[in-house]
Design a protein around this ligand. Structure first.
Ligand code: NAP
Ligand code: GDP
Length: 316
């Protein structure tokens, strides 16, 4: 007998595909998981989202769909980052409420945190000042997920919450040269530089620091949050501050995984974005003290191998 139907929006994306891999590796008894992408419903449109909910009849929702991109896309399309994300998250909340969905987990990002802050940042500090101007459209839209969750909880007693992952990478990522996040963008650039026998060029100084999380690690934590995490307040899903790495070191790890022997260059005329957004994972550690993250060089190696094997069909 099916006890729960879990709808995963963004099921065709980086995180959605990783959640699907985790679920298929150990299919849970009595549960049906439905993974959907933008071809199944346009979540910016209420009627389309309503039709999806009427077809699937979910009892739980993992809302991963979003208008997502790296620093350079965020700087160029602020209005779209704001509006598409606001519309999607509002339609999802309204329909979860209309359908009596028992649990909703949505996704924020460490990009939402204030630019001027003390480190490490924690879950209580989201609204303590403006975000970095480079990604304010995305950041303000995503901050409102947290506000909406608390309002639905306070007025209707809904079990809606959010998770805050750091910079995610892995198989099925968006490897577009212009709009992607840094790791998939640099994997694609290194691949092309190797083919052409040209230098591998990294944007910015390579000095900014980031906490990266492998999509399969995050997927396990997302499934845990859906099952076990019941506070309306968000939880940061991240490696600890001690595992923060410089962009330059990540670029060199990619070059090693690709066996790239040419010159590695930094183009300091390009934006560095926020220097760091060091996030505390103390709350996660209180819940899951023994969780083991994949070593970043191993995860980059797996992602590079996947990209090379799937170049023809990868999102580029
Ligand atoms: P992704 O790979 O870009 O996938 C985005 C997903 O959203 C795709 O499945 C896409 O469907 C779907 N989508 C986009 N617009 C839609 C629309 N109008 N209607 C329905 N579906 C739509 O993104 P991701 O990296 O997996 O991100 C998952 C979540 O993590 C997002 O909430 C994001 O904000 C958050 N996050 C990401 C990062 C990161 O580094 N990637 C960091 C922190 C937080 P199609 O592919 O079928 O078009
Ligand atoms: P962020 O973590 O939200 O800032 O987003 P990104 O994943 O786009 O990472 C941005 C950082 O990586 C900045 O310091 C950029 O200067 C640096 N970077 C270096 N090369 C690239 C690239 O090819 N694409 C992107 N997106 N960022 C790059």
């Amino acid at each position: 007998m099916i006890e729960d139907i879990t709808l995963v929006t963004g099921g065709t994306g980086l995180v959605g595909r990783a959640v699907q891999e985790v679920i298929e590796a150990a299919p849970p008894q009595g549960q049906k998981w439905v993974f959907v992408g933008s071809k199944d419903a346009d979540l910016t449109n209420y009627e389309s989202t309503k039709a999806l909910f009427e077809r699937v009849r979910p009892t739980q929702v993992l809302h991963l769909a979003a208008f997502v991109g790296g620093l350079f896309a965020n700087m160029e399309y602020k209005v779209q980052f704001w509006r598409k994300n606001i519309l999607m998250q509002d339609n999802i909340m309204v329909l979860c409420h209309e359908h009596g969905v028992k649990k909703l987990v949505s996704c924020l990002s460490t990009c939402v945190f204030p630019d001027k802050t003390t480190y490490p940042i924690d879950e209580t500090m989201i609204h303590n000042g403006p975000p970095h101007p480079s990604n304010e459209g995305y950041a303000y839209a995503k901050r409102l997920v947290d506000v909406q969750n608390r309002m639905y909880n306070s007025q209707y007693g809904c079990n809606y919450t959010s998770v805050i992952p750091t910079n995610i990478f892995g198989k099925h990522d968006n490897f577009n040269l212009k709009d992607s996040h840094v790791i998939p963008g640099l994997i694609h650039k290194c691949y092309l530089a190797q083919k052409a026998g040209e230098p591998f060029t990294i944007m910015g100084t390579g000095k900014p620091l980031r906490q990266f999380i492998y999509s399969l690690d995050l997927a396990k934590l997302m499934v845990w949050a859906l099952r076990e995490y019941n506070e309306p307040d968000p939880i940061i899903l991240s490696v600890g501050p001690e595992d923060e790495v410089a962009i330059g070191d990540v670029a060199r790890s990619i070059a090693r995984a690709m066996d790239f022997q040419g010159e590695v260059r930094f183009d300091a005329t390009k934006a560095d974005g926020q220097f760091k957004k060091t996030a505390s994972n103390a709350k996660l550690r209180r819940y899951l003290p023994g969780f083991k993250f994949t070593d970043i060089d191993d995860a980059i190696g797996e992602t590079v191998a996947w990209f090379k094997a799937n170049y023809a069909s990868a999102r580029t």
